[in-house]
Design a protein around this ligand. Structure first.
Ligand code: NAD
Ligand code: DAU
Length: 359
């Protein structure tokens, strides 16, 4: 077992998996513009329905040889091995996953393959690189801890109790990463984060779905009684937390990441309606709140998530910068301004999924 040490700054060839998704694309853009990083990013993505190269429009042109894209499935071990060798990968930031809980209820198979088998493949190949390999950072979720009642917070030592196929597959991948650190000394860190929101989020998740439906005058589906609670974090704050952990976290450790912004779903939906009514009133003049429609609950729907991120704050000095109120307003404006991006998503696979879900 390697002794506990801080991760090393100065990764030369950082493999980012799932870099065309929501958080991964924000992470890549931020990092390439960050003066503390001078290496190359190899963005490896299968481009599922959630992977959109448009999320990184202009990046290849702006960053030339420092940015490379590889369309590869993390379940394809042979292709992965080739990428690691060709690009002399010395660190991994692992975002690639099937990420949507509702899809995991309808069709769990791809979650098992990508989130568990894909993570296993990456760990095996990283391990085989021996001392050349500096860090495997695994991006995970607070959903692995299960559901809270009215009180309490998830801490790093909260027992795992995942309730959906998605969270169970992420829990399995967390365990694999930890096991590769403990058993093989693979230098690894893990972060478990709460709900993200912000630019480039695929409109199957609550916030972008509600923004786009409200703009089109469509129903705003609220599951169950709408009183489920999530803790919300602006995506750039999450990216900043990940980079903080990668550059100054302790190898072998897990860090919880949260936004100090607990909110009932129904309040978020109402807030979005009010922001839109203010900055882009409906053509019929009616308040958007009338579009709110309570629908059947999500099976196994976790009631409340809340994060204690004291460890990350006290040990590594990270805190979220964006407040939920201003972050949400910025996000609504972003979706209003990105007409081409929105149109392209709507005419793609998202359309058929929406049809299947909501008719
Ligand atoms: P996303 O669904 O927007 O993006 C996932 C990306 O992974 C896509 O680009 C997709 O094409 C790619 N991908 C999927 N399967 C792949 C495969 N087999 N091989 C290669 N690439 C593949 O997800 P996101 O919201 O950006 O989440 C990124 C990571 O962060 C996930 O691991 C998720 O569990 C975790 N996370 C997300 C949140 C959140 O609120 N969105 C919160 C905490 C943790
Ligand atoms: O907590 C972190 C997790 O947050 C991440 O690990 C997941 O990848 C990410 O998808 C997110 O999971 P949630 O299930 O919490 O996010 P979602 O946006 O799907 O739902 C947020 C809440 O809103 C949840 O309580 C379900 C509810 N909801 C969701 C949708 C899509 C609705 O009421 N109506 C909806 O149409």
């Amino acid at each position: 077992m390697k002794t506990k040490r801080k991760s090393e700054v100065g990764f030369s060839n950082l493999l980012v998996t799932g870099g065309c998704g929501f958080i991964g694309s924000n992470f890549i853009r931020n990092l390439l513009n960050d003066t503390t990083f001078s290496g190359r990013i190899i963005n490896l993505d299968k481009l599922t329905y959630a992977g959109n190269p448009e999320n990184l429009e202009g990046i290849a042109a702006d960053f030339g040889p420092r940015y490379v894209f590889q369309k590869v499935d993390i379940c394809d071990a042979a292709k992965l091995e080739k990428v690691f060798g060709e690009h002399d990968i010395d660190a991994v930031c692992h975002f690639a996953a099937e990420s949507h809980v509702d899809r995991s209820i309808k069709d769990p198979g791809s979650f098992i393959q990508t989130n568990i088998v894909g993570t296993f493949n990456l760990l095996e190949i990283a391990k085989a690189r021996g001392d050349k390999f500096k860090l495997f950072h695994h991006v995970s979720t607070d959903e692995v801890y299960g559901s809270l009642g009215a009180e309490g917070l998830f801490r790093e030592d909260t027992p795992y109790r995942p309730n959906s196929p998605y969270s169970a597959s992420k829990a399995a991948s967390d365990h694999l990463v930890r096991a590769y650190y403990k058993t093989f000394g693979l230098p690894a860190t893990i972060s478990n984060c709460s709900n993200n929101y912000g630019p480039y989020q695929f409109p199957e998740k609550l916030i972008p779905l509600v923004i786009l439906n409200a703009l089109e005058g469509k129903p705003l589906p609220v599951y169950g009684d709408g009183k489920n609670v999530r803790d919300w974090l602006y995506v750039e704050d999450h990216c900043d937390a990940i980079w903080t952990i990668m550059t100054s976290g302790v190898i072998g450790e897990t860090y919880n990441v949260g936004g100090n912004a607990e909110m009932e779903n129904i309040l978020i939906v109402q807030l979005i309606c009010d922001i839109l009514d203010e900055i882009k009133p409906a053509t019929d003049g009616k308040p958007r709140r009338q579009l709110i429609t309570f629908v059947s609950d999500r099976p196994g729907h976790d009631r409340r998530y809340a994060i204690d991120f004291t460890k990350l704050k006290a040990e590594l000095g990270w805190s979220p910068r964006e407040s939920f109120k201003s972050g949400l307003r910025q996000t609504v404006r972003w979706y209003l301004n990105q007409k081409k991006w929105v149109e392209n998503i709507k005419t793609g696979a998202y359309q058929s999924w929406m049809k299947e879900q909501y008719g």
